[in-house]
Each structure stands twice: as structure tokens, then as C-alpha cells.
Design a protein around this ligand. Structure first.
Ligand SMILES: Cc1ncc(COP(=O)(O)O)c(C=O)c1O
Length: 937
């Protein structure tokens, strides 16, 4: 018997992360009910009632979207009423599938009821007649109006009438009549790219739907009271939520005065009343054109079409030697003509130069800065490994101290060697049970800064390097971290390595936890007189920052607005989370003192960049920006929703969850860093509001798209499991740990991908069950032992020990910075080095009785991929125990047949002697701290 349970009863709108996914699911439910009705169910009355209920629930949502629109919805409701079940089912299917696939953006038929042989209704005709010849990108324009509902069709029609065949894009207007509906439309409807606000509308929605109000409150914070000027308040709220939107305001206020005010800053153009409808239409298209334009890519396409003869060192340009080749013609077939037509060099002219951009690369970088929220960006074609080294070199001088997360990417450690800056290593909190580190908490960073202050070295503390999010998804409280550090060191530079996190800019949830998102908030806050009052109250209570005052470690600190210099850098591997080719990376800067480092920045770019950068990489950086500015919101929301569903699917599946588990935020983030108590997404008791609270308050938040899939209970270590997934199921995953693999969901994943993984896990679980049942007690016993070794007998993670005294200015100091560069170059001389076997007696003896064992190299087991030893670091028993237990094959900087490469004690003694002689002969010159200036100076 067919089930009559309401298909959506199980999930409220507020139980979805993405409201648009909730909408699509509701439409699928309508379609399912319609199919049952068309199949001649006995339960027609009950099904009809359910379908009516579903459609009624959809009504307030459908008002916020152009498709299917009032006409098709009217037809559908009519068919439900008349009981024409076959026609009802056909139309429900058409709408549901169009929404699922977004085909209504391209397919004129989707806008018709299927029997409509009659000409399309006027609005539909207008939409698509111009699009028949060539596909024009489709979007929707939100029109917020004080007009009566009865006038809305007319408003829509007036805008449609302005379409011209020469328009590059086509849009459908969506008309709403209140602040709440406008904000909900921006949340739900990712087709909306522009908003036209006609002043004078009310605040509350015409529908009093509590779930929608709850969603609204979770997403958009606006101080909108009945008396406030809602037009500009709405503009501000929408830009805050989706900064990429173009917002236009038509008002009968004094527009001259308004246009120049701060109030109008988020507005692209102010119009007087409705007199300028054509101008509004043109401005809408102009705004989209601005985001759509990819100056570098557009120019490269044009270049590729020119009949060029090359007499340059570009043997594959134009592809003649490839397409005519006897032996490598398949290269041409595989890559296609365009790759070769577009192969060129900056030195051929007309393409701009990455090293000294003055043309389209410059403009592309400026657009990227707008998209990513920085003041400026730099395209980098050799990965974030290079971006990081550029920032280190540009901002650091030999002897500077850099506070750094010890398990950050190796490019930072190498960057420090190159710059000659001294790392002050701080350990992230360990997740020993999964053989990985978490992230760097605020307390130890403050402790390090206070140590440096106590020792009189704070002026040398130049930069803090942090990974955000980490490989495993730990997202820092970026704003809090920066505020507290700036309270101790007002001109500290921040380098946030957001290699994995570039996409987060386009999520209204995660944006606040990106370097640029938090930076913008701090910048605004510091300008606000209310902050000054807050700071004065703080200062009156806490007094001067006294490094001896341990209470400061547990007191949230506020920086002095007159002293702060906001200097923030972010590096993104665009290729890791957006649509760009491998190695495309970007540096984003929000540095009020950039002018002071600009020459060095250029030098650093010259040092690290190839003089033959790959043009296709530059072009995809430009394209990735275009995509994210136009559909990043949609893609990222969908990816997050998908990741949450994957987590739920794994952890609630009765069989899969016996052997596999998606580690929850509660498991990945220790309770002390989850102040809100947030424990998991999408489970019973979950709500969007709780997630927002966690994002606002918690010291660490787990990026839902990075799923640590624990496989120890299935008896697999990470490497085995990765190989199994790849060899047997064609599934590629990201990294592994002793008992986990990392499944990363990105903008490219679909529900089918999720189904593929779930099916593989179910097959594997069934196979394990069978193996255990068939093998009987001995197999079960050895399986238990294997699981125990993977899940329980995990090695402790070795913290950073210390630099050898030869590399420390004051070995007795509490601060732990060291001259790693000298250690690195000491090791360059083979005579200074020796090998010590990690399983031999010598090392045990030396660890007990000396002389100290000191690493000559970076030793980086992969996975986990962080250095367990750096040049000049004293080797401890913990490190050796960890290395002995490590079961990974790849350890960079370590050759098992030779042993651990160490610095010889005599070489260290000689260096120490030299250093003390030099110290007595000539004391190191005092550095004059740069005088901090107020923000905005
Ligand atoms: C945190 C972090 N930063 C930087 C990098 C280097 O990025 P790329 O591969 O773009 O050179 C990686 C690479 O995995 C990384 O994990």
C-alpha cells in the first residue's frame, strides 16, 4: 500500500542549511504525490489534501522566485482542483525537474505548461525570444516596491518591455513588497544578481511564517525598525549578506544629498523616483557586465583568434608541430586547438605582464580584490607555496620574529629560512586520537606575545602566521584572534594561509571567519565611536598590558584604536576551491601600510615568479573570479548542504555507521573551544540559529565541507583505505591520517557523487560483515586487534621541543624563537652533519646522556604533512617514539637507510663559540621600533 505520510513532514525548512535545497525537496514531494494521484491511488482525497498543503507551504517561497512564476503555479493549482491528475503530474514533473536541473534558465519550454501549443504567454515570449539564437546568461532582478500587489504584474511587464536583442544578458524581475520578503528572496533565490529598491515599503512580510522568520533572523541582521529609512537599511543588509549584489535605489528623497552620503555607500546608483526605468534597466545590465567581464581571459581569446606567426621560443604556440606530428598528434587531439592558439608570452606584446601588470592583468587583479574583499590582490601561478614565500620575503627582514603554527604548510618554514626571520613555534592543540593537530588557540599566541614583551623583544615580533582553515577543517575565530593580538602588538602583521578556504568568502556564514571578512569588520569597528567607548571602558578596567599579568591570558583583550595598524594578508589556492587550473593562487592584502612594503613586495614577486608564467593559469584566475562573483553564493551554499547531508547519511546509516564515521564538530574541536556547545550539523536538535551562534562565538568552528571519515573501526588505516577507495571504487579522496581519510566536498560535487561514496561504504561494510561471519572467531579476534591498534594505540604527537642553544640568542629565555636559517645553512656543509639511526642504540644513549641530537633538516612525514623536526631543533624521545611508530612510507627529509641527518656536536660547538665571540666583539644593533600611527592616517 502506498504510504500516505506527508513527504516533507520529517524536515522543516529550518532544518535545512540551504533554503533553496528545501524548496527543491518540497517540489520533489509535490511531484511524488502527483505521480501517485496519476497512478490512480485509492487515497485520492488524502493525497490531494497533502498536495494542496505542500503547494500552500510553497506559496510564500515561490513568490520570491521568477520560475515557475504565478502563471504556471496558477495552472498547477487549477489542475489539482479539477482533478486532472495526468496533467497535474506532467506539470509537477516539469517544474520539479526544471528546478532540480536549473534548465529553466536556458529552456523556453520549461516556462510552458506542456500542452501549451498556443503561443507563450507574453512574459515568457519576451524572456526567450531574444535567447533563441545564442544562449544569454539568465538572472533575476529583485524589485522591492511599496506598490499594491495588484500593480506588481505591471511592474514586471514594464521592465520586460525594455529588453533589446542586443542585451548580453536576460533577466526576469521578481517583485516583493516588504523588507522581510526582500531579504528572504536574497537568501533563497540565488538567481538574484541585482536589486532595485523603490523606497517606501513596509517591514513585515505579507506572510506570517514562523520558520521563514527564524531563517531570516539567522541570516540577516538588520537594525530595521518601523521608523527607520528602510531603503538604505535594506541595501546595507543585502550587501552585507551577499556583497556581490548590485543594489539600486529609487527614491523621492533628496537624491543629490543622499548619493554622496555614507548611507548610500553600498548602493551602486541612486535614482530619483521611477522616472528613469530605462536607465535602471541599463544599469542592471551594466552591473552584470562588469562582473561578467574577464579582461585577461577575454583578451586571450581574442589573441588566440589572430593569425599570428611566431618567431619566439614558443614551439607549441599555434600547434603546428603538434597537429602535423607523426608521433604526438594525440597531444593536439586531447588538449584541443585553443590551448595551442592561446599559448604565448608576455614579451610578445598585447597580453600584459604578470610581473609588472599595467593592463588587463591589473584590472583582473582589481576585480579579484573586489570579489575577495581585499584592497589589492596579486595573481600567482606557482601555487600558494609561492604566494606564502612572496609574503614572507616582502614583509620580513633577517632577525624578525614570526609567531607561527608549527604544523603549518612547509612553504612557511622554507619562507622563513629564505627571509632569515626567526620562527617562534607555537603548537596547535593535538587530536592525538586521529593522529592530527587541530589549530592554534588564541591563548598560546597571547602567551608568546607576552613572553616577547616581557623579554623586551616585542618590537621584533613582526608577523603571525596561521592556517585557516586547516587541512582538516578547523576554522579560527579570525576576528577575535586579531583583536587580541593587536591589543598586545598593535602593528602585528597577519598572514592567514587560506589555501583551502578561498570559497568561504562566498558563503555568508563562513565569510566572517575569513581574513578579509574579519578584517573588514575590524576596520569598520575601529572607526566607530562606540568602539572607542568600549575600549576606554576596557582600558579603565585592565590598565596597560602588563606581561606579568597572567590574567590577561584569559581576558578578552581589545586593541587601542589610536595605535592599531591593520595589516592583513591572505593567501588562497584558488585551484583548491574554485574553478581554476592547478597552481593558480592569489595573495589578497588589506594593509594600511602597504606603501611602506610595496617596493619589497615587487622584489619578492620578481624573486619567486617565473618569467614565463602560464597564461592559462592567469586566465582561469580571472574566470574563477567571474564565476564566484556571479554564482559563488549558489555553488557554495549547495556544497555546504551536500556536505551536511553526506555527514548525516554516513552517521545515521545502520550498517555503514558500524564501521565508518564522519567525525563531528564535537569530536574534532575540544569542548573548551566550542563555547556555544555546538556539536553537529543537521542532527536532531540542530538549528541554523545554533550554527550561527557557534560561528559567532566559538574559538574554533569545523568547516562542514571537510569531512574526516574515520575508517579505523573498519580495520583500515588511512593509506589502505585511500587505496581501496581509489582502486576498487574509483573514488579519490584528499589526505589520510593513521585512522582516517579526508573527504572534501567542493563546488564541483553533486548528489550523485555523494551517492557513489555512500554506495561504496555500504558495499565495504557488507563485505566486512561477511568476512567476519565467514571467518569465525579467529578472524573476528584479529579484526578486533587491528581496530584496537588503529583506534586506541595511537602515538602521542610530538610538540616542538626547542632550538639548540647554538641557534638562540638567549637560551634561558622563555620565548623559543631560533635562528633556523643558520642551522639550515650549517647543514649545507656535509662535514657538519652526521646520520643517526632512529632504531639504533646510539640515539637512545644520546637522548639519555648527550650530546644532544640536533636535526639538520626539515623532517616531514606525509601524512600528516607537518614538520616533526626543523633544522636546529633538538631531537627528543617523543619525536623518536613517534617516528618509530609512524607507518607512513613518505617522510620528506629522512632517509631510512642512512638514518636521521643531524648536526654534529663539534659543528654546533664551533658555531656557538663563533657566536659568543661575535657577541662580545660587537653587540647586535638595537632596532628602532616603527612609530605606530592611528588607523586611517
Ligand atoms: C595550508 C596550506 N598552505 C599552502 C599550501 C600550498 O598550496 P599550493 O598547493 O597551492 O602550492 C597547501 C597545500 O596543500 C596547504 O595545505
Amino acid at each position: 500500500m502506498a504510504s500516505t505520510a506527508p513527504a516533507t513532514a520529517a524536515r522543516k525548512l529550518t532544518e535545512y542549511f540551504s533554503l533553496s535545497q528545501a524548496r527543491v525537496d518540497r517540489w520533489r514531494a509535490v511531484h511524488r504525490l502527483a505521480r501517485k494521484l496519476a497512478a490512480g491511488s485509492q487515497l485520492t482525497d488524502s493525497l490531494r489534501a497533502q498536495a494542496a498543503e505542500e503547494l500552500a507551504a510553497l506559496t510564500p517561497i515561490e513568490d520570491l522566485c521568477a520560475y515557475p512564476g504565478p502563471r504556471l503555479l496558477g495552472t498547477l493549482k487549477e489542475r489539482l482542483q479539477t482533478g486532472d491528475w495526468a496533467a497535474f503530474a506532467r506539470l509537477a514533473q516539469r517544474i520539479s525537474i526544471s528546478l532540480l536541473s536549473n534548465s529553466y534558465r536556458d529552456d523556453a519550454d520549461a516556462w510552458n505548461s506542456e500542452e501549451e501549443n498556443e503561443p507563450h504567454a507574453p512574459e515568457v515570449q519576451g524572456t526567450f525570444s531574444a535567447r533563441a539564437e545564442a544562449r544569454k546568461p539568465y538572472f533575476e532582478v529583485l524589485v522591492v516596491t511599496p506598490g499594491e500587489r495588484a500593480t506588481w504584474a505591471q511592474t514586471r511587464e514594464s521592465l520586460r518591455r525594455l529588453r533589446r536583442d542586443t542585451d548580453s544578458f536576460v533577466y526576469e524581475p521578481v517583485v516583493v513588497g516588504s523588507f522581510e520578503d526582500a531579504a528572504l528572496a536574497a537568501i533563497l533565490n540565488y538567481n538574484i544578481q541585482s536589486v532595485v529598491i523603490f523606497d517606501g515599503f513596509p517591514y513585515p512580510s505579507q506572510y506570517a511564517v514562523p520558520d521563514l522568520r527564524e531563517i531570516l533572523a539567522a541570516h540577516v541582521s538588520a537594525d530595521a525598525t518601523a521608523n527607520a529609512d528602510l531603503g538604505t537599511t535594506l541595501a546595507r543588509a543585502l550587501k552585507n549578506y551577499r556583497p556581490e549584489l548590485d543594489v539600486f535605489l529609487a527614491t523621492d528623497r533628496n537624491v543629490g544629498q543622499l548619493a554622496g552620503s555614507d548611507e548610500a555607500a553600498p548602493i551602486r546608483r541612486v535614482f530619483y523616483g521611477v522616472e528613469e526605468l530605462l536607465e535602471i534597466h541599463l544599469s542592471i545590465l551594466d552591473g552584470i557586465g562588469d562582473r561578467y567581464a574577464t579582461p585577461y581571459f577575454d583578451n586571450l581569446k581574442k589573441y588566440a583568434q589572430r593569425p599570428i606567426g611566431t618567431f619566439h621560443a614558443l614551439p607549441i604556440a599555434r600547434g603546428k608541430s603538434i597537429f602535423k606530428s607523426n608521433w604526438i598528434r594525440d597531444m593536439g587531439e586531447f588538449y584541443g586547438t585553443n590551448l595551442f592558439l592561446a599559448e604565448s608570452s608576455a614579451t610578445t606584446g598585447g597580453l600584459d605582464s604578470l610581473l609588472e601588470p599595467t593592463g588587463n592583468i591589473k584590472v583582473a587583479q582589481e576585480k579579484a580584490a573586489r570579489a575577495l574583499g581585499g584592497d589589492r590582490t596579486f595573481f600567482v601561478t606557482n601555487g600558494t607555496s609561492t604566494s606564502n614565500k612572496i609574503v614572507h620575503m616582502a614583509l620580513l627582514s633577517p632577525g624578525d620574529i614570526v609567531l607561527i603554527d608549527r604544523d603549518c604548510h612547509k612553504s612557511h618554514h622554507y619562507g622563513l629560512v629564505l627571509a632569515g626571520a626567526q620562527p617562534y613555534y607555537i603548537d596547535a592543540f593535538p587530536l592525538t586520537q586521529y593522529s592530527m593537530y587541530g589549530s592554534l588557540a588564541i591563548r598560546p599566541i597571547k602567551e608568546a606575545l607576552l613572553n616577547l614583551k616581557a623579554e623586551g623583544k616585542l618590537d621584533r615580533a613582526k608577523m603571525l602566521v596561521l592556517t585557516n582553515c586547516t587541512f582538516d577543517g578547523h576554522v579560527a575565530n579570525v576576528e577575535q584572534t586579531m583583536l587580541e593580538c593587536l591589543a598586545i602588538k598593535p602593528d602585528l602583521v597577519f598572514l592567514w594561509d587560506e589555501a583551502w578556504f578561498g570559497f568561504a568568502r562566498f558563503s555568508p556564514f563562513l565569510r566572517r571567519r575569513t581574513a578579509m571578512g574579519a578584517g573588514a569588520k575590524i576596520r569598520e569597528m575601529l572607526r566607530d565611536p562606540a568602539y572607542r567607548e568600549r575600549y576606554n571602558a576596557f582600558k579603565a578596567q585592565v590598565g596597560e598590558i602588563d606581561p606579568k599579568n597572567r590574567k590577561l591570558l584569559d581576558t578578552p583583550l581589545l586593541p587601542d584604536p589610536d595605535k592599531v595598524r591593520l595589516r592583513i594578508y591572505e593567501t588562497d589556492s584558488v585551484h583548491k576551491s574554485m574553478s581554476a587550473l592547478r597552481q593558480s593562487s592569489i595573495i589578497v592584502a588589506m594593509d594600511q601600510d602597504f606603501h611602506t612594503v610595496e617596493p619589497m613586495f615587487k622584489e619578492a614577486v620578481f624573486t619567486h615568479s617565473s618569467t614565463s608564467p602560464n597564461l592559462q593559469i592567469i586566465a582561469t584566475l580571472d574566470l574563477a573570479r567571474r564565476q564566484m562573483e556571479l554564482e559563488g553564493y549558489e555553488l557554495v551554499q549547495r556544497a555546504i548542504q551536500l556536505a551536511i547531508e553526506l555527514r548525516q547519511d554516513i552517521n545515521t546509516h545502520p550498517l555503514i555507521s558500524k564501521y565508518f564515521h564522519a567525525a563531528t564538530p564535537a569530536e574534532m574541536v575540544p569542548a573548551q573551544y566550542r563555547q556555544s556547545g555546538f556539536s553537529d550539523y543537521g542532527v536532531a536538535g540542530w538549528s541554523l540559529a545554533k550554527t550561527i551562534k557557534a560561528l559567532q562565538t566559538d574559538e574554533f568552528f569545523l568547516d562542514p565541507t571537510r569531512v574526516t571519515l574515520l575508517c579505523g573501526n573498519a580495520g583500515y588505516d588511512g593509506s589502505q583505505f585511500k587505496a581501496l577507495l581509489s582502486n576498487e571504487y574509483d573514488i579519490q579522496i584528499n589526505k589520510t591520517s593513521r585512522n582516517s581519510v579526508l573527504v572534501q566536498i567542493n563546488i564541483n560535487n553533486t548528489r550523485s557523487d555523494v551517492a557513489h561514496l555512500i554506495k561504496a561504504l555500504a558495499d565495504m561494510s557488507r563485505e566486512i560483515e561477511k568476512r567476519l561471519a565467514d571467518g569465525g572467531a579467529p578472524t573476528q579476534e584479529s579484526f578486533r586487534a587491528r581496530v584496537k591498534s588503529l583506534v586506541t594505540d595511537v602515538p602521542d604527537l610530538p610538540d616542538f621541543s626547542r632550538f639548540h642553544d647554538a641557534f638562540r640568542e638567549n637560551p634561558k629565555a622563555t620565548s623559543n624563537e631560533g635562528d633556523m636559517r643558520s642551522a639550515f645553512y650549517l647543514a649545507a656543509n656535509p662535514a657538519s652533519c652526521e646520520y643517526v639511526k632512529i632504531n639504533g642504540k646510539e640515539i637512545d644513549e644520546r637522548l639519555k646522556n648527550g650530546p644532544e641530537v640536533v636535526s639538520a633538516k626539515f623532517v616531514i612525514p606525509y601524512p600528516p604533512g607537518f614538520p616533526i623536526l626543523v633544522p636546529g631543533q633538538v631531537v627528543t624521545q617523543e619525536t623518536i617514539t613517534f617516528m618509530r611508530k609512524l607507518d607512513v612510507k613518505e617522510i620528506h627529509g629522512y632517509n631510512a637507510s642512512l638514518g636521521l641527518e643531524c648536526l654534529r656536536p663539534d659543528a654546533l660547538a664551533a658555531l656557538k663559540g663563533k657566536a659568543s665571540t661575535a657577541a662580545t666583539a660587537a653587540p647586535a644593533p638595537e632596532r628602532t621600533p616603527t612609530k605606530p600611527q592611528p588607523v586611517g592616517a
